[in-house]
Design a protein around this ligand. Structure first.
Ligand code: ADP
Ligand code: MG
Length: 223
């Protein structure tokens, strides 16, 4: 049973100048434990695809199954619970909360989930696993480097022990050496922790880390 499957998924944005077809009849399946890249030109639908995989967005037509649940017919509350319990997100812009410390940023999803005990310990454990030094735990995101901020974002995505990680150009704001270090970390989470990883990237060097690459052209999967 795949962790994510799409059957004939389309996404159309109706605009005054005419419809924009962002995804056009996409079929795919992501299996537990895979490391999959999504590549394609700008505007080919990569972010739309990833957002639908993460139930941040819904398709115009077609069937999407995430963690064995069909998302068609789910309301916003159901989708929020699905995201909270199964999915970790990592974005190009890191999206950390600037006023919270590093450790508080990672603790936050646990608190949202209503966990009462051990949240600080769990946040510290995951921060260590992604290679953040203890002396940085009380810093604010603005006080650490971009590469470190992305490690913290990965820790935050992992803290609730999701089934899979969805990463939209996670190395896009990093220099190439730091980007490679982040790729190595995601690869380690995939191989050692068994996390399923789906990652949008422009960087062809990343293909060496992945099990396979899905290429999008004009909203369709290219063979
Ligand atoms: N909210 C939106 N409203 C209208 N058009 C959109 C919206 N989001 C994306 N699009 C359009 O859908 C297409 C695919 O966009 P996107 O998924 O962001 O591509 P990529 O991530 O590959 O660059 C583009 O033509 C884009 O302009
Ligand atoms: Mg994009």
């Amino acid at each position: 049973m795949p962790v994510i499957s799409f059957e004939n998924v389309s996404k159309v944005y109706p605009l005054p100048a005419g419809d924009v077809v962002a995804l056009d009849g996409v079929d795919l399946a992501i299996e537990q434990g895979e490391f999959v890249l999504i590549m394609g030109p700008s505007g080919s639908g990569k972010s739309t695809l990833l957002n639908i995989m993460g139930s941040l967005d819904v398709p115009t037509s077609g069937e999407v199954t995430i963690a064995e649940k069909r998302i068609g017919g789910m309301d916003d509350d159901d989708l929020t619970l699905l995201r909270r319990d199964h999915i970790g997100f990592v974005f190009q812009q890191f999206n950390l909360i600037p006023l919270l410390s590093i450790v508080e940023n990672v603790e936050y999803p646990l608190i949202l989930k209503g966990r009462q005990n051990g949240t600080r310990e769990r946040a510290e454990e995951v921060l260590k696993a992604v290679g953040i030094e203890k002396t940085h735990f009380t810093h604010k995101p603005g006080e650490i480097s971009g590469g470190q901020q992305q490690r913290v974002a990965i820790a935050r995505a992992l803290v609730n022990d999701p089934d899979f990680l969805l990463c939209d150009e996670p190395t896009g704001n990093l220099d190439s050496k730091t980007g490679t270090a982040i790729m190595t970390l995601l690869d380690k989470m995939n191989r050692e922790e068994g996390k399923t990883v789906v990652m949008v990237t422009h960087d062809p060097r990343m293909t060496e880390y992945a099990d396979r690459t899905i290429r999008l052209v004009d909203g369709r999967v290219a063979e």
